[in-house]
Design a protein around this ligand. Structure first.
Ligand code: ADP
Ligand code: MG
Length: 209
C-alpha cells in the first residue's frame, strides 16, 4: 500500500505552495484517479510521489514504512504527458533499451505484448507509429522495470476519441499488476475503470468516492 500523509510542497521558485496537506491511500489492483483542472498541481503531485522532487512537509509510506525520494524513484514508473514528444530512440528497440539497458530482447517483446504492440516492427522509428501506438510504447518502456507504482500524467490528452478508448481498455488490462494512479482533466473517461477518485483543487486533494 502507498500512503501519502500531510504532504506540503512549495518549490522555492513558486510564489504560493503548490500542494497543501495532501493525504491519499492507494492499493494494489485498485486504480486511483486524480482529477483537476489545469494548474491545480497534478503533475507536481506525480513528481513528488515518484521521488523526482521532495515535499517540505509530510511523509510517504510504502507498506507502512517511510520511504525517501531514492526509494520512490526505484518503485515508480512515470509516463508524463505527451511522452511521444520525448522519445530519444531511433527505433522501437532503442527506445525500449533506453528504458532498461540490461534487458534481453525477449523481455522487450514481453513488455510490448503487455501493451498490445506485439506486431510492431522493432526497427520502426517511434515517430512513425500512430498516436495510440506511441502512448503504448511509452508505457512499455516504463513496464520494463516492473514498477510497483505506475503514475500516468494525462494518458489520454491530445488523442482522438477512438484512441482514447483504446488506451482505456489497455489501462483496464494492466491495472491489476501494480498500484496505478492516473491524473487527468477528463474524469468522465476514467470513472468506470477506477476504484478511488480524488479531486485536486488549488493544491488541495479531496476524496470523491
Ligand atoms: N518548480 C516550480 N516552480 C514554480 N512554480 C511551480 C513549480 N512546479 C509547479 N509550479 C506551479 O504550480 C502550479 C501547478 O502546476 P502543475 O503541477 O503543473 O499543475 P497541473 O499538472 O495540474 O496543470 C502551477 O501554477 C505551476 O506554475
Ligand atoms: Mg500537468
Amino acid at each position: 500500500m502507498l500512503k501519502l500523509k500531510n504532504l506540503y510542497y512549495h518549490p522555492s521558485t513558486a510564489e504560493k505552495p503548490v500542494l497543501k496537506n495532501i493525504n491519499l491511500k492507494a492499493f494494489f489492483g485498485s486504480p486511483v484517479m486524480i482529477s483537476g483542472a489545469s494548474g491545480t498541481g497534478k503533475t507536481s503531485l506525480i513528481e513528488v510521489i515518484s521521488g523526482l522532487t521532495k515535499p517540505q512537509k509530510g511523509a510517504i509510506y510504502w507498506n507502512g514504512i517511510k520511504i525517501n525520494e531514492r526509494q520512490r524513484r526505484w518503485l515508480s514508473g512515470v509516463v508524463f504527458q505527451f511522452p511521444e514528444r520525448h522519445f530519444l530512440g531511433l527505433s522501437v528497440a532503442q527506445e525500449l533499451h533506453l528504458g532498461h539497458r540490461r534487458l534481453s530482447s525477449e523481455y522487450q517483446i514481453k513488455s510490448l505484448k503487455k501493451v498490445g504492440l506485439s506486431d510492431v516492427n522493432l526497427k520502426e522509428a517511434p515517430e512513425k507509429l500512430s498516436g495510440g501506438q506511441q502512448r503504448r510504447l511509452a508505457l512499455a518502456v516504463q513496464l520494463l522495470r516492473d514498477p510497483s507504482i505506475l503514475l500516468l500524467d494525462e494518458p489520454t490528452a491530445g488523442l482522438d476519441w477512438s484512441v482514447k478508448n483504446e488506451i482505456l481498455e489497455l489501462l483496464t488490462s494492466i491495472a491489476k499488476e501494480q498500484i496505478l494512479i492516473v491524473v487527468t482533466h477528463e474524469p468522465d473517461l476514467f470513472k468506470d475503470i477506477v476504484m478511488d477518485s480524488y479531486h485536486l483543487y488549488k493544491g488541495e486533494l479531496h476524496y470523491k468516492k
